[in-house]
Structure formats: C-alpha cells, structure tokens
Design a protein around this ligand. Structure first.
Ligand SMILES: [Zn+2]
Length: 178
C-alpha cells in the first residue's frame, strides 16, 4: 500500500512539473532544465558546493559552472537523456563532452575528464546515468585537485554546441544552500 501511495505521489508531482513548464512556456518565460542526475558516481547532493558565481582569471570572467571534487577515475554519468554532440579537447577544459538534452534546449558540458568512456562517439544517444567518461584533471585543473567541471547552458536558436546562456546547475542537481 505504501508503495502505491508513493507511485501516486510521484505521478502527481510529475504532472505538476509538466503543468508549470507549460505555463512558463505559454508566458514566454525561458524554459527551465529538469531535475538532473548528479553526474559523478559516489558523490551526493549534500557534498555539492555552489561555485557558479566564483571569479576566474582575477575577476575577468565568472566560473559559470560547478566544480564537483572527486577522485581520478570516478565514473562521470550523463545527467539527462539526450545526445553527445561534441567531444572536444580544449586548453582550459581538457578532455570535454557536450551533450544536448532531448528537446535541444539545453547543453550539458563536462570537463577535465581523465578519459572518455570506451566507444563514446559524437551523435551517440545516451540515457540518464550512462557512463560517458571518468573524472580527471586535464586542461587547467590542478593536478592535485581532480574534479568534474559541470555546466549547463540554454541554447540559442542556432543550437550551437559552444555557446549559450549559462544556467546555474546547483539547484537542478539537488544542491541546497548552506
Ligand atoms: Zn570549474
């Protein structure tokens, strides 16, 4: 009986989320990302710190992402269903993955990976929870502080994987302010 009640409750919660998303769309408000899976296996939401607003390069730019500290080799998981659109090696980000969500409205960016999951390819469909790579310290991450740099951005109409409006991932990963 308890299980049935839980299912019913979850069902109504999803319905409410859909209704509010529809209302936001109707009002012309920008879409919000869904609740996402925490992208590092073994890390819980209570361990997250909100580093979105941190300065980088002496205040020249904002961080606009979360740094999730984890040991090298910890599996990195897709936060949502979707598609791998770009596997990119960059100076600051090192080994990186760009994923689009199923609607093509949001891009998820995973950086400083040690390596990709075996066989990961551009164009590949992934499910929420798929292993896409492993935590590392490539790019400009400190060698003694491996972590996943995770960002979300809202894509423009051109759906360019490299640009969009940054969205703070913290609340969507279940982070709670201290
Ligand atoms: Zn970072």
């Amino acid at each position: 009986m308890a299980a049935l009640l839980c299912l019913a409750w979850a069902g109504s919660a999803f319905a409410a989320a859909d209704a509010s998303a529809a209302a936001a769309a109707a009002a012309g408000a920008p879409a919000e990302p869904p609740a996402l899976l925490l992208p590092v296996q073994g890390v819980s939401a209570s361990q997250l710190r909100d580093t979105f607003g941190d300065d980088r390069d002496g205040g020249q730019r904002g961080h606009e992402a979360l740094d999730i500290m984890a040991p090298t080799g910890a599996p990195v998981l897709a936060v949502d269903d979707g598609r791998i659109v770009k596997l990119f090696l960059s100076q600051p980000g090192g080994i990186t993955v760009y994923q689009f969500d199923p609607t093509g409205r949001f891009a998820y960016y995973y950086a400083h990976l040690d390596r990709y999951a075996d066989g990961l390819a551009e164009g590949q469909a992934v499910r929420r929870g798929s292993v896409i790579g492993y935590v590392g310290a490539t790019g400009n991450a400190r060698a003694d502080a491996p972590h996943l740099h995770f960002a979300i951005f809202r894509l423009g109409p051109e759906k360019q994987w490299w640009k969009g409006e940054p969205v703070n991932p913290f609340p969507y990963l279940g982070g709670k302010p201290p």
